[in-house]
Ligand binder design. Structure first.
Ligand code: PLP
Length: 377
């Protein structure tokens, strides 16, 4: 039997990436600036529309960190953060000396729950501190409840830092994810929907914010012939080599989103008649997920198997799958942080599984997946 590894999500080159990288070498733009960086930013702006301004950075985490700084988050502040997410959504809050306040998910999109969010804001204000920002995440490519969360953000005048690391290409009511926050971020890590091998972007409709992000990302150098500094700076700019990969990837982004959506349809079909198994799909036509990762939730009361048994059966055949993100309020490192909610995120973590979802999976891979899963079931 063919036992080559089937990955959850692996890099998928379109073909022209190398041309842009070669161009960087040929013109000696081997630096964290250059034509690929500028053109990659323009490509992203044109894709997202809504007149956004983009700063290409070294990672999504760096983008989140600069986003918090630009929203004025400093030591002693509190920042609300969706609990169910990757730790990189929350870590930069701590880099700033601020405290994360975690909020549970709702069941439709698995993202930040509007009801618990408002409870948290009211309670933090009553306790004497108004949160400085709301970190909301479009998990696995599924847009969060944009209208509801935006309404709360406006009502309490607390800006949204939109973590779109997993949702490049997703849409809510016809608008692209990455255009809904006061500041938004993307990630181009190796496992994301497109990759620059490592990289990220900060997005804002406010050009001044983008310009400040680039200033801070390039060591905060004042305008002077010598090295003059009035701010603490960072080395967070994307390299021109990486940006070359990004330009090539932008040419295939929409096609790759389509392949991932096809993978979701594939799993929907496989699990259609399986008792207690639910594949994660859009709650209504307002939502278009890029289906960065397809996920299935197993209701242990109804199903004849557990999530862990399914994971091990796949592993046996050299197929990678993984439990959903373990919520931040359950993580040892964040055990002192406040949490608002019940057990929605926890239950998703305990019963959900991410399935191989790469845009580069072949028909042969799909046959193998079908055989393994059907044999197991
Ligand atoms: C990947 C990811 C990040 C971090 O992006 P990097 O580019 O890896 O630093 C942040 N948030 C979420 C939800 C992610 O999945």
């Amino acid at each position: 039997m063919n036992k080559t590894k089937i990955w959850l999500s692996s890099p998928h080159m379109g073909g022209t990436e190398r041309d842009f990288v070669n161009e960087a070498f040929d013109t000696n733009w081997v630096a964290p600036l250059g034509p690929n960086v500028n053109n990659f930013e323009v490509d992203i702006q044109e894709y997202l529309k809504e007149d956004v301004h983009v700063a290409a950075l070294s990672s999504g985490t760096a983008a989140l960190h600069l986003g918090l700084i630009l929203l004025g988050v400093t030591a002693g502040d509190e920042v609300i953060c969706q609990s169910m997410t990757f730790s990189a959504s929350a870590n930069p809050i701590v880099y700033q000396g601020a405290t994360p306040v975690f909020v549970d998910s709702e069941e439709d999109t698995w993202n930040i729950c509007p009801i618990h969010l408002e409870t948290a804001i009211k309670d933090r204000i009553a306790k004497g501190k108004k949160p400085k920002a709301i970190v909301a995440v479009h998990l696995y490519g599924m847009p969060f409840k944009v209208d509801e969360i935006t309404a709360i953000s406006k009502k309490y005048d607390i800006p949204i830092l939109e973590d779109s690391a997993e949702s490049f290409g997703s849409e809510y009511k016809g608008r692209k994810c990455g255009t809904f926050g006061a500041i938004s971020i993307l990630s181009f890590n190796g496992n994301k929907i497109i990759t620059t091998s490592g990289g990220g972007a900060l997005i804002s409709k406010d050009k001044e914010i983008r310009d400040k992000a680039i200033f801070l990302a390039t060591q905060a150098r004042d305008d002077a012939p010598h090295y003059q500094h009035s701010h603490i700076g960072y080395n967070y700019r994307l390299s021109n080599i990486s940006a070359g990969i990004g330009r090539g990837q932008m040419q295939v982004l929409q096609k790759h989103v389509g392949y991932r959506q096809d993978m979701n349809a594939f799993y929907k079909k496989i699990f259609k008649d399986i008792k207690g198994a639910t594949v994660f799909v859009e709650p209504s036509s307002d939502y278009v997920s890029n289906h960065w990762l397809s996920c299935v939730v197993i209701n242990s009361n109804e199903a004849s198997f557990t999530t862990e048994e399914l994971r091990l059966a796949l592993l046996e055949e050299n197929i990678e799958s993984r439990p959903l993100w373990k919520p931040m309020h359950m993580q040892p490192v964040f055990k002192e942080s406040p949490f608002y909610g019940t057990h929605v995120a926890q239950s998703l973590f305990e019963n959900g599984l991410c399935l191989p979802s790469g845009s580069n999976l072949t028909n042969e891979d799909r046959v193998r997946l079908t055989n393994v899963i059907q044999k197991f079931l």
